[in-house]
Ligand binder design. Structure first.
Ligand code: ARG
Length: 286
């Protein structure tokens, strides 16, 4: 069944508003060389073993889920010695034909930018660099015609201005305060564009950022701690189907009540690196 079949099959009397799926274009990198060899976020513990075969199987299930929903998934070649490359969202931000390449905060991940630049170039984009650190879609989420941009841990606030200039899109800066939610995509997910709807975990943000989000997204779903702490917000929506970490069952209920269709996937191995569904998914907004 494809995205359009499922949308067509949606009952008109579904609870909440009818949500429409739009076919998406994603890029993913297999966790062939995944490991937790260094700790650059509080989820990473180098003493906990990682099962690479299981990580590959879990990642493959995520990829198959997208394909079954009718989305396109491009593959970026994994590079040995870059164990975090599976978190493809961090590779950059591709929107309206502009490709902004990541400028990683930690030296351990710096070389990933070259790998993502090579993929972008081969795919026909002209990757552009920022002077200040930016960790791609980890911190830069497109909501309608705006970019929601996180800062506080990884992406430098000053990169937000560079991104506004490079993409021509308005950028809304949101400050993160809890190191466990070190990227914007660990604490906020965009559910639909029109009308722009999000879900987020308020305690991960400054009071000012929460006020901005409440003003911009009056129908936002506020997620509780139990779901946030399994990285439930690290989710990918096509406007109707929301692929999210399987453990975020409370958030799944909230999504159902709002007319979305949650699809849980288990990415327990990739959680050991501090990432889940969205981290493994770079969306190409063209
Ligand atoms: N170990 C990686 C890091 O700390 C995880 C990145 C997760 N990616 C994301 N988009 N949140 O950089």
């Amino acid at each position: 069944m494809t995205v359009s079949d499922l949308t067509a099959a949606a009952p008109a009397c579904a609870r909440g508003p009818v949500r429409r799926a739009r076919a998406r274009h994603f890029a993913m990198t297999a966790p062939r060389h995944f490991a937790v060899e260094y700790a650059i976020n509080p989820w990473m513990d180098t003493s906990v073993p990682v099962d690479v075969d299981l990580a590959l199987r879990q990642w493959e299930t995520l990829r198959a889920t997208y394909i079954d929903l009718g989305h396109t998934v491009d593959l970026v070649d994994a590079v040995a010695g870059l164990p975090d490359m599976v978190y493809a969202a961090n590779g950059g931000l591709i929107v309206d034909g502009h490709a902004v390449l990541a400028h990683f905060t930690f030296p351990q991940r710096a070389a990933e930018a070259d790998a993502y630049a090579a993929w972008m170039t081969a795919a026909g984009w002209h990757p552009e660099r920022t002077r200040h650190h930016n960790e791609g879609q980890g911190d830069l989420l497109v909501a309608g015609s705006t970019v929601l941009a996180g800062h506080g841990f990884r992406t430098d606030r000053r990169a937000h201005d560079e991104i506004a200039e490079l993409t021509g899109l308005p950028v809304t800066s949101l400050e993160l305060v809890d190191p466990r939610f070190y990227h914007l995509d660990t604490a906020l997910t965009v559910l639909s564009d029109e009308p722009a709807t999000i879900a987020y975990y308020p305690p991960a943000f400054t009071a000012d950022a929460v006020a901005v989000l409440r003003e911009m997204f009056p129908t936002a779903i506020e997620v509780g701690s139990a779901d946030a702490f399994v990285l439930g917000l690290n989710a990918v929506s096509d406007g109707r189907h929301v692929v999210l970490p399987a453990g975020a069952t409370g958030f799944a209920d909230q999504l159902r009540a709002a007319g979305f269709e949650p699809i849980g996937v288990d990415l327990s191995e990739l959680l050991k690196g501090g990432g889940s569904v969205k981290c493994c998914t770079l969306e190409v907004y063209s």
